[in-house]
Design a protein around this ligand. Structure first.
Ligand code: KG4
Ligand code: ZN
Length: 336
């Protein structure tokens, strides 16, 4: 069974082919021009998806060595995400499926992030607790089985990746900020500045990152650093201290959710799972608590078609197809 997966929820145009559960190709075209605007410009993103969708899908099929007529089903993300971006991938995929007489499968972007841990061996056995940390979301999910999720908690304000991006902007680092903060933090002292750790008493599985972000802003104002060119070693200290505050909270809540639900397997997904400190700190904590930690390879951490194709593959096997009337849902939640 051969499934084509299409992802266009934000600023990556991506397509992938999975055959018999094995990934054959994963083509990702990142729209790097957003960097000069300091963030994703929705209208430009959707226009770029229109330009890129056909060549990206063609490349994914070619790399997989698969003809259009070999495809058995097409899966595409229909939410959550930017409305214009979602519309391009969804309309294209529905039209292609309809034209070829194939079943169409609508995919939830947050479910796809969870599935990024199921693309390659070793994969976590059910049940596992998944922490999805991206530019738009921070969620702790108990994954009981395919398509059976319990949303344990999520952010009540900024997403973790959003906090990285906003702090990077304050520090004059480019967009997307996460990788830049990560790189600078490697050279800094994480204990140099004590930023708050919002554990949210009484809400053990929820997150809040706007306070840490504001604490960085106040620090910069207090030290007369706002809008100035910050000395390199100071910049590294700020990045390392901010990053360690965010990572400490993420890891603590992931481990405690695993304990509370008595699961042995934990996983991290989404763009922020590319973060070096999050990876190493989660690994240390998992070992201390006798848990098995799963984090996908870097190319599956950020938005990609492979995770969408993977959901499509499992949904196809389970006979879970979508109607062609399915339309985009920019605010789609994980558990409906
Ligand atoms: O999953 P993703 O590609 O898109 C969304 O669905 O949001 O995640 C993008 C987010 C951005 O906020 C970016 O700054 C963050 O992931 N990110 C990182 C790192 N690499 C990407 N954050 C921290 N450290 C990184 N190394
Ligand atoms: Zn994403």
């Amino acid at each position: 069974m051969t499934i084509l997966g299409v992802e266009t929820s934000c600023d990556e145009t991506s397509a992938a082919v999975i055959q018999g559960g094995k990934l054959l190709s994963n083509v990702v075209s990142a729209q790097l021009f957003h960097q000069e605007f300091g963030g994703v410009v929705p209208e430009l993103a959707s226009r770029a998806h229109q330009r890129l969708i056909v060549p990206v899908v063609e490349e994914a099929l070619a790399k997989a060595g698969v003809e259009r007529n070999d495809v058995d089903g097409i899966a595409a993300v229909y939410g959550p995400g930017l409305i214009g971006s979602l519309l391009v991938g969804l309309s294209f995929s529905k039209a292609m499926a309809m034209g070829l007489g194939l079943p169409f499968i609508g995919v939830n972007h947050m479910e796809a992030h969870i599935f990024s841990n199921l693309i390659e061996e070793p994969t976590p056995a059910f049940p596992f607790v998944n922490l999805t940390v991206s530019g738009g979301h921070t969620q702790l999910v108990l994954v009981k089985n395919f398509f059976d999720y319990e949303l344990l908690g999520e952010t009540i304000d900024d997403a973790a990746g959003e906090a990285f991006d906003k702090v990077a902007k304050m520090l004059g680092l480019g967009y997307p900020g996460g990788p830049n903060v990560d790189a600078k933090a490697k050279l800094g002292n994480p204990k140099a500045i004590q930023f708050p750790r919002p554990y949210l008493e009484g809400r053990p599985h929820h997150f809040s990152f706007s306070g840490i972000k504001t604490a960085v802003l106040y620090y910069l104002k207090r030290e007369g650093l706002q809008g100035t060119l910050i000395q390199e070693n100071r910049l590294s200290d700020i990045c390392a201290s901010f990053q360690s505050a965010v990572v400490e909270v993420l890891v603590h809540k992931l481990i405690s959710a695993a304990g509370q639900h008595s699961v042995e397997n934990i996983a991290i997904a989404g763009g922020v799972s590319a973060n070096t400190e999050l990876r190493s700190s989660a690994q240390r904590a998992a070992e201390q608590h006798g848990l098995n930690l799963f984090i996908p390879r870097f190319e599956f951490c950020t938005d990609n078609g492979a995770m969408v194709a993977m959901v499509g593959y499992e949904k196809f096997r389970a006979g879970k197809f979508s109607h062609f009337e399915l339309t985009v849902q920019p605010n789609l939640s994980l558990v409906i």
